[in-house]
Ligand binder design. Structure first.
Ligand code: SF4
Length: 339
């Protein structure tokens, strides 16, 4: 006991000393984080702005359900985990086509039951396929099963000109979800900050649909803060539009002239609210933040394929962040010297 205590003191003294020279390690160690599961790189689409280089040419592989549940359990009680899980891809709904059975509902239920919030991102391409019936049913079943989690589980749809058929697909999804009886489904509509007109046009299209009745409303988060929403059909669906996303030049978006260039992309891993994104992917990596530039990352897989404990992953991410900071300082020093 005494030995452990003194070892942890020595570790703290060492970390604090190194943080004075390389502060980025302390940022990674001490800040709150959200966990993202990039469950696959396969996707129906091949969007020009895709920072994941996803598409139908990528392997039809999914992060194993057991691995995702393992990390949900590992972080659920960590005081630094900000209680937000993001389920994304590629297109996670492709699991209904060639992934494990019940992959999405099983993972969503496990995450919701951990007490955290769940944000599932989808491009909606499935709404034009025979998968639509089952996916809509699963969303409605989950909404009915977890009524207390109305502000903790949301579906995110992209409203922009990059995703093919985004307006038509999202319209159809909202129409279907709005038929939900005895359940409420929170839908985040996400748009880019230079396409606010696209969002306005989409909301106007919904408002003009005689089958949908839209009224402004407010829902409370568990922390007591209110979220302004648009209630559709007596609150069967609650829409939360935002058009503040920025396009940055990662993945295929590097080819777009309006994509924002980030000078040190590897350090832009913090969100506006001061949390860090920790993203697991199907290739076996855990990466901090956006998928561009040199990565601050490590692996979640042991050589035998089993998942590594999260505490070891975090230690490696801190090391990787410190290494990148040293490297970046050397590059900056060289630039100054050459000038
Ligand atoms: S941006 Fe989304 S929808 Fe488009 S290719 Fe990438 S994962 Fe698929």
């Amino acid at each position: 006991m005494c030995y452990k205590y003194s070892m942890s003191n020595i570790t703290n003294i060492f970390n604090n000393a190194v943080d004075k020279i390389l502060p980025i390690g302390g940022v990674v160690r001490n800040f709150k984080y959200a966990v993202v599961f990039k469950t696959t790189h396969w996707c129906w689409y091949n969007c020009p702005h895709c920072c994941e280089n996803a598409g139908a040419h990528r392997p039809r592989e999914f992060m194993p359900e057991g691995v995702i549940k393992y990390y949900i359990d590992q972080v659920a009680n960590d005081p630094l985990f900000c209680q937000d899980f993001v389920l994304t891809g590629g297109e996670i709904m492709a699991s209904y086509k060639f992934g494990p059975e019940n992959y999405v509902p099983n993972i969503m239920r496990h995450a919701i039951e951990s007490g955290a919030g769940v944000d599932i991102k989808t491009n909606g391409a499935w709404v034009r396929t025979p998968l639509k019936k089952q996916i809509i049913k699963d969303f409605k079943d989950i909404a009915r099963q977890y009524p207390a989690h109305i502000s903790k589980y949301q579906i995110s749809l992209s409203v922009d000109t990059y995703h093919p058929n985004a307006i038509e697909n999202n319209h159809e999804i909202i129409r279907e979800l709005a038929k939900c009886k005895n359940g409420r489904i929170l839908v985040h509509l996400s748009g880019f900050n230079d396409q606010t007109d696209v969002m306005q046009g989409f909301l106007a299209k919904l408002a003009n649909d005689s089958r949908l009745n839209l009224v402004p409303a407010m829902i409370a988060r568990q922390n007591g803060n209110g979220i302004p929403v648009i209630a559709v059909n007596d609150g069967a669906v609650l829409l939360r539009p935002s058009a503040d996303a920025q396009l940055f030049d990662g993945g295929r978006a590097a080819n777009l002239p309006n994509a924002r260039h980030i000078r040190h992309p590897q350090f832009s891993f913090m969100m506006n609210d001061g949390t860090i994104l920790v993203a697991f992917d199907t290739m076996g990596f855990v990466t901090l933040g956006e998928n561009s530039g040199r990565k601050i990352h490590t692996t979640w897989r042991n050589p035998d394929g089993t998942p590594r404990p999260f505490v070891d992953i975090k230690r490696d991410l801190i090391k990787s962040a410190r290494y990148e900071e040293i490297r970046q300082r050397m590059i900056d020093t060289k630039r100054i010297f050459i000038k």
